[in-house]
Design a binder for this molecule. Structure first.
Ligand SMILES: C[S@@+](CC[C@H](N)C(=O)[O-])C[C@H]1O[C@@H](n2cnc3c(N)ncnc32)[C@H](O)[C@@H]1O
Length: 274
């Protein structure tokens, strides 16, 4: 973004909390570690961008700690559209960690590129009609092969869901996965995810829509595997995920994901290879 270009978007509520996105960090750490570690030419200066970090930069700093386990020199940029929130992050700046005023048009400096953007609890406060334009703008500033994790959580991060968008070789994203995460602290019920769906889906849980069919199938698989709850929520979540995969949904059924409360629906809209 050129220096005086107006940040694209609008200031929204800045609510955040310590550890709110801890499970999102763990997901990012495990989902595509090779992307975090890349240091080839195009990726040498490629940043992790936390877009819309909120009233305090706490979740950005938590993510930086997690992702730097994989890549100690990873550049981290927190972006906020609210100038007071950028000022509040002043003391959190450090080597390789910066906080800048900006919007969907990211405030990048010459030579900086982007490998990963997380935008959590940001688009939920926009109208659904504004989502496509925001995504297009972001995709245009990200490297081929990079990821955007765009999602929504409850206030404490017990339940969250996110679109995993992959920037293709040509402009634009494909939806590589739709992911649902639970800490199991609030029990486990597919219906709870419907309240924290990403903006492009939250109004679409109605008959005839694929996301509605998915939730109906997930609820059925949870009911059919109820006996597994005897061994605990994790076992039940895993068994239900496996049952849902048997119904034909393309889920990542690895225990390392299901057993830890991550349901990853791969290529949900059949865009891969298109
Ligand atoms: C609810 S807070 C989320 C904070 C943190 N990401 C979390 O999930 O806990 C949303 C923040 O996004 C900021 N925001 C909204 N639109 C933005 C945009 N286009 N660019 C940068 N920040 C934006 C708002 O100012 C607000 O502080």
């Amino acid at each position: 973004m050129a220096r005086r270009e107006k940040p694209q978007g609008k200031a929204t509520r800045g609510k955040t909390a310590n550890n709110r996105l801890r499970r999102v960090d763990r997901f990012l750490h495990g989902y595509d570690p090779a992307l975090i570690k890349r240091v080839d030419d195009a990726y040498a200066q490629a940043l992790f961008v936390d877009l819309g970090y909120g009233r305090t930069p706490v979740t950005t700093l938590e993510s930086a700690r997690w992702l730097r386990r994989l890549h100690p020199g990873l550049g981290v940029l927190g972006v906020e559209i609210d100038a007071e929130r950028v000022a509040a992050a002043e003391s959190a700046r450090g080597p390789g960690t910066d906080f800048r005023l900006g919007g969907f048009n990211l405030p990048l400096r010459p030579g900086e590129t982007v490998r990963l953007v997380r935008a959590f609890n940001v688009l939920r406060q926009y109208d659904e009609a504004e989502v496509a334009g925001a995504l297009e703008l972001l995709a245009g500033q990200m490297l081929p092969g990079s990821l955007l994790l765009e999602g929504t959580s409850d206030p404490y991060g017990r339940y969250w869901s996110a679109n995993v968008y992959r920037r293709g070789q040509k402009a634009g994203f494909i939806t590589e996965a739709l992911v649902f995460g639970t800490s199991f602290r609030a029990g486990f019920d597919p219906v709870a995810f419907q309240a924290i769906l990403p903006k492009n889906l939250i109004h679409r849980v109605v008959p005839g829509e694929p996301i509605h069919a998915f939730f109906e199938a997930w609820k059925r698989s949870v009911a059919h595997t109820a006996a597994h709850s005897t061994w605990g929520q994790r076992q039940h979540f895993t068994a239900a995920g496996e049952a849902l995969a048997r119904e034909g949904y393309r889920l990542n059924t690895r225990r390392r994901w299901l057993g830890r409360g991550y349901l990853i629906w791969q290529d949900p809209w059949g865009e891969a290879g298109s």
